[in-house]
Ligand binder design. Sequence first.
Ligand code: DX5
Ligand code: ZN
Length: 214
Amino acid sequence: MQVSPSLLSADFGNLAADIAEINASNADMLHIDVMDGVFVPNISFGFPVMKYVKKLSTKPLDVHLMIVEPQKFVNEVRDCGAEYMTVHFEACTHLHRVVQQIHDAGMKAGVAINPATPVCLLRDIIDSVDMVLVMSVNPGFGGQKFIESSLRKVAELRQMIEETGSQAIIEVDGGVNQETGARLAQAGADVVVAGSYVFGAADKKAVIEGLKNL
Ligand code: DX5
Ligand code: ZN
């Protein structure tokens, strides 16, 4: 299993120390949650913070934009050194065009779906994306309870990827711990995002290792 710790639950008063701990771990990426107070009822941080994170992190940045009109910020996200730019299905009227813009900017493109958005709506974009992010909580906050129906969605998505020959990987975000992670591995997830589970742990490296071994 690939692991992408979510910086949202890090100590914002000492980001450098928390990022150094992730650098020293076996995490595959660093998950960056950007919120605008419109698409989700919360605001996190923006580009100046992301640029600083990029300087400190040795892991590829996995940027999850919970914002309206994400197409306006493709160049800014690229300039922050993102490997993946993930936009919400629900936030894009012209999703296909946004995915093209992300690719043209040299990044990998991810599409996130909220808990109430069905997997079948991805059928005509699955061939064009590098990642699908299945939200297993309602986006906006860390530390929420895992929504069980996400498991069925991951399995359905895995089947769609196999049927279409898509290269997309499946990432799951929200309420991930060792127990839900094990079930997500079984359902066919490639990457788990974990915020409070990793940053709330005394030994972050060990917690990441546990998820890696799922
Ligand atoms: C929620 C964010 C998540 C969040 C997950 O909107 O997208 O990445 O950090 O937090 P946990 O792992 O605590 O559920
Ligand atoms: Zn996220």
